[in-house]
Design a protein around this ligand. Structure first.
Ligand SMILES: [Zn+2]
Length: 488
């Protein structure tokens, strides 16, 4: 059937003798395909070529050069147009491009896959962290600080040595093998068991902003979305089996509150007991029914992925959608019956004679801070809301005569806790304003003779398209504070 095409013949010849080969017909065209296909081309109402470039057959340089074409089709032209617009916008918003324009971070071959956050990038990271710390304060979490380097024996207990070693940085100290932590959980188990625990202490919510390292393949590294060194808003909840529902409900509420602030849509999926599960069926059943109750109580639609849970416990997957309707996985909500067994974690219940095992819940809301910075940067298109912004205000003096007054204003706003700069370039007001817009300052404060005379500033907000209001410095600070407080 395909004798006229040497490439298809080559592929067919390489298939195992007894393998069934699928072909699809569309009118006169019959072609090799695993399928499925749409029944006929009347379903292709709108299509576009996304890219076309030459590439080597099977990616091998010594082979023939062919043309590779990518296309996309939609049931109507409106949806195609929307898709193409979003793709165009995504290119504009690429975090690597915006990160460079805003001087947030750099990468350097001296440490592949590990980000250097520049001062303005560190501002965003610190604000995100402070935000999470305030949330922890309100929600009964306790922060801990744990080591980065652990003896291999810890990873043997946790199971990482057997299942995750290829993703770890392992080296020797004093002739003994050690590993950089790829996760915080085992360290938290050590904290849990450093002394006897009572049921009165549970639930114990242990948060950690520890640095994690995972040895991603160099080919997989991509900007901030896939890195080797990162920090998560990680926490582990140690609780009784009977507390699972309330704890999961609390985490779901936490996720909802945070994602609402960022303006993320999200969807929830419950993954249940897989075939290769460890532990007791009854434990799984009780946990799953509590997860279902918690999901029911959160009032959002959710669905079940039957048998898709990890072997050590069921989980809830949270898919978030950014402003460009792209889906990401950031939050984690994973129950774990196994790690408490591996680490022999117990607590004394009301009847102190017999010990019980806690359930562990792995949870993160933002996921990795690095990746969240990339997602937020693209989600906002570089236009940070004031509370997160690394450039909250810039003072533009009408001429160098007003630099001293500009410094006074800067000092006052800086002491009030805002990131404020002065444009000392000596350029015209129009040019300074244009450049301030380019790096997305939230507020531009003009100062000159009038303002210096009355102790005021002429405020131009990024979102108000240039409208000016002349107000006192104190009033400007009051407005900034009000806007920051309103982000929730
Ligand atoms: Zn964990």
């Amino acid at each position: 059937m395909f004798a006229e095409n040497q490439f298809k013949v080559e592929m067919i010849n390489e298939l195992p003798e007894n393998m069934a080969i699928a072909v699809y017909r569309c009118g006169d065209l019959v072609d090799l395909c695993r399928g499925p296909h749409i029944p006929n081309t009347s379903f292709v109402r709108a299509f576009a070529c996304i890219s076309a470039s030459s590439s080597y057959w099977r990616g091998k340089e010594e082979r023939e050069s062919l043309q590779r074409v990518y296309g996309v089709s939609f049931p109507d032209s409106k949806r195609l147009k929307e898709y193409l617009c979003l793709m165009e916008e995504a290119k504009e918003r690429d975090h690597r491009k915006l990160g460079q324009a805003q001087e947030l971070f750099i990468f350097n071959k001296v440490s592949p896959g590990c980000c250097f956050f520049l001062p303005h990038g560190a501002r965003v990271l610190n604000k995100l962290k402070a935000f999470m710390q305030q949330e922890y304060w309100d929600r009964g979490y306790e922060e801990v600080v744990t080591p980065n380097v652990y003896n291999m024996s810890l990873w043997e207990t946790s199971g990482h040595a057997a299942n995750y070693r290829d993703n770890m940085f392992v080296f020797e100290i004093d002739g003994k093998e050690v590993g950089l932590k790829p996760m915080n959980c085992p360290g938290h188990c050590e904290i849990f068991r450093h002394r006897p625990r009572s049921y009165r202490e549970l639930p114990l919510r242990m948060a950690d902003f520890g640095v994690l390292h995972r040895n991603e393949a160099s080919g997989a590294l991509a900007g901030l979305t896939r890195v080797r060194r990162f920090v998560q808003d990680d926490a582990h909840i140690f609780c009784r089996e009977s507390q699972v529902k309330d704890e999961v409900e609390g985490v779901l509420k936490f996720i909802d509150d945070v994602y609402k602030i960022f303006g993320f849509e999200y969807e929830l999926e419950l993954s249940t007991r897989p075939d290769n599960y460890l532990g007791v069926v009854e434990t799984w059943n009780r946990a799953e029914s509590q997860l279902k109750e918690a999901l029911g109580a959160c009032g959002k639609p959710w669905k079940v992925n039957e048998g898709d849970g990890a072997f050590y416990g069921p989980k809830i997957d949270i898919g978030v959608f950014d402003a460009l309707k792209r889906k990401f996985q950031c939050a984690t909500l994973q129950l774990d019956f196994q790690l408490p067994i591996n680490f022999k974690l117990t607590y004394a219940p009301e009847d102190e004679g017999k010990h019980e095992r806690p359930v562990m819940i792995h949870r993160a809301i933002l996921g990795s801070f690095e990746r969240m910075v990339a997602i937020l940067l693209e989600h906002y298109g570089g236009k940070w809301p004031l509370w997160l912004s690394p450039r909250q205000a810039i003072i533009c003096p009408a001429s160098s005569d007003w630099l001293e007054y500009a410094e006074q204003v800067r000092g006052k706003i800086h002491r009030a806790g805002f990131h404020v700069d002065i444009d000392k370039s000596g350029k015209s007001m129009g040019k300074m304003v244009a450049e301030a817009h380019k790096v997305s300052y939230n507020y531009i404060l003009g100062v000159g003779q009038d303002e210096a005379g009355s102790g005021e500033v002429s405020v131009r907000a990024r979102h108000s398209k240039g409208a000016l209001s002349k107000i006192s410095v104190d009033e400007a600070i009051r407005r900034f504070r009000e806007e920051v407080a309103a982000f929730k």
